[in-house]
Design a protein around this ligand. Structure first.
Ligand code: HEC
Ligand code: HEC
Ligand code: HEC
Ligand code: HEC
Ligand code: HEC
Length: 347
């Protein structure tokens, strides 16, 4: 599996500089999404609401970028050469388009696509690897970078290359998992193909990802979480993403129990960071978690249970770091009656 994935990476390799340089579309007149809107209004509307369309302007990204404004970030979040030039001048309308039509569809001035419609006016470059898993890997799979500090220590430094340790591992996780034969698009373009590319910010997608079951063992609440719907680990993507499972009773909030699932990192000898713990749930995996409810298990009021997908390192940002966008989404929420919760089967 991994070898065919590596082979397919070579196939789409010419399309993306993988964050190490900006993208040259070779078409000064086709850079703005406005150049496509007139004839593709539906696609434009979907894209404008998508995370691709919001990749530069969204508050979560902007806060992280402010902390460390590396040009490397611009290479994926507003990837065109002309967008980088705008960012260097303090920003502008083209940079604000984030990952736009040209970043995905225009190379050497030509429209790229997997197929060409008979009605198309374009001199389309038809490529079988367009939109495939290796194509998505051009931005969705990368290792920690090596950063050379500025000589005068005034700027954020410069990324010079990549280390061996994954920072976003989505495509490799997918290649190792039970859905390796399904393209990313088969889950991420919706039922009617759309440019919304729903994912971790979409209520339906996150509700579909994990199945939750509960039982009791003594005074412990046992929660099993099955990654039944995602083609990769949950969560995947950005390194700060994590899940928080919480159980509490309204009458005894101080007895709240919680478990965090995510990744932890430590400095690596090659200059980047390496993963030292990874409790994200693999595709197809079922995870059993135990929450001690103690003597509160017997109280009459229901137990509230919630699984959250947290986008940021700080679910509850401190003053001055608040965001205008939500820092988390509720994946699953349930009220449980202890007495009618079944006993766990013997293992
Ligand atoms: C003058 C109208 C017009 C403009 C402007 C236009 N397109 Fe198209 N495009 C079409 C038509 C018509 C088709 C074929 C039917 C369809 O897919 O909607 C098409 C098809 C496509 C396809 C599918 C491949 C193909 O050739 O059939 C892609 C991808 C595409 N356009 C991208 C773009 C992008 C990106 C832009 C902006 C840079 C753009 N188009 C601007 C009219 C236009
Ligand atoms: C993140 C990359 C990405 C961005 C951004 C993007 N597209 Fe696409 N586009 C794709 C992929 C992938 C396909 C589907 C290829 C397939 O199914 O074979 C596609 C398909 C198309 C098609 C063919 C019809 C269809 O919907 O399948 C058109 C037309 C099109 N895109 C136009 C645009 C326009 C216009 C924009 C900007 C408003 C845009 N795209 C932004 C990746 C992108
Ligand atoms: C040019 C770079 C680029 C390409 C190519 C690309 N993406 Fe993305 N994608 C991004 C960036 C950057 C974001 C994050 C935007 C943000 O939220 O800040 C993103 C976000 C997403 C999200 C939303 C994640 C969330 O948490 O909501 C999905 C789903 C996604 N991409 C799927 C795909 C798929 C499938 C492909 C291949 C067909 C693809 N992308 C190709 C750069 C890219
Ligand atoms: C079997 C369906 C399926 C396949 C195949 C799949 N995904 Fe997903 N993906 C999901 C679901 C469901 C979610 C929502 C759960 C979540 O956010 O983790 C998701 C979430 C995401 C996210 C948001 C990150 C996060 O964890 O919040 C990104 C980015 C993403 N997918 C990219 C990809 C890419 C790239 C591929 C191909 C290598 C891919 N997906 C293949 C179902 C799938
Ligand atoms: C090689 C491409 C690449 C580079 C370089 C890159 N990113 Fe991203 N980034 C992505 C992709 C793809 C996603 C989508 C995965 C997801 O949503 O979890 C993403 C998601 C994010 C998110 C999550 C946004 C959300 O919607 O929750 C943040 C924050 C972020 N990136 C910040 C940064 C910062 C800051 C830098 C520079 C230090 C950076 N990125 C560099 C590709 C890149």
């Amino acid at each position: 599996m991994v070898s065919s994935w590596l082979l397919s990476l070579v196939l789409a390799a010419d399309l993306f500089p993988r964050g190490l340089a900006p993208i040259d579309a070779g078409a000064p007149d086709k850079l703005r999404a406005a150049a496509c809107t007139g004839c593709h209004p539906t696609v434009h509307g979907e894209w404008a609401q998508s995370r691709h369309g919001l990749a530069w302007t969204n508050a979560i990204f902007q806060r992280e970028y402010r902390d460390r404004p590396l040009e490397w970030c611009v290479h994926c979040h507003a990837p065109l050469t002309e967008q980088l030039a705008e960012v260097r001048r303090g920003g502008g309308a083209l940079a604000d388009e984030g990952v736009n039509c040209a970043a995905c569809h225009i190379r050497a001035g030509r429209v790229l696509s997997r197929a060409k419609s008979p009605a198309s006016p374009h001199d389309t470059d038809v490529r079988a690897d367009f939109g495939g898993t290796a194509y998505c890997a051009g931005c969705h799979q990368f290792t920690f970078p090596t950063i050379e500090p500025d000589p005068d220590k005034k700027g954020p430094g410069r990324v010079t290359g990549y280390t061996a340790h994954p920072m976003q591992d989505t495509v490799a996780q997918h290649a190792r998992g039970p859905h390796a034969d399904k393209e990313c698009l088969s889950c991420h373009r919706g039922d009617a193909p759309s440019h919304r590319f729903p994912g971790g910010h979409d209520d339906e997608m996150i509700a579909r990802a994990v199945r939750m079951e509960t039982c009791r063992a003594g005074t412990n609440l046992v929660v099993t979480l099955a990654n039944a719907g995602a083609g990769h680990n949950v969560p995947t993507g950005d390194l700060h993403r994590h899940l928080v499972l919480r159980a509490w009773r309204a009458g005894a909030p101080e007895k709240l129990q919680e478990i965090t699932l995510g990744r932890r990192f430590a400095p690596a000898s090659d200059g980047g960071k390496r993963t030292v713990a990874d409790t994200t749930i693999r595709a197809g995996e079922t995870r059993r978690l135990e929450l001690p409810m103690g003597r509160f298990a017997a109280a009459p009021e229901p137990i509230s249970l919630e699984l959250r997908l947290v986008y940021t390192i700080d679910e509850f940002p401190f003053r001055g770091r608040e965001l205008t966008a939500p820092t988390f989404a509720t994946m699953l929420a349930r009220e449980l009656d202890w007495k009618t919760t079944p006993r766990c089967a013997r293992r």
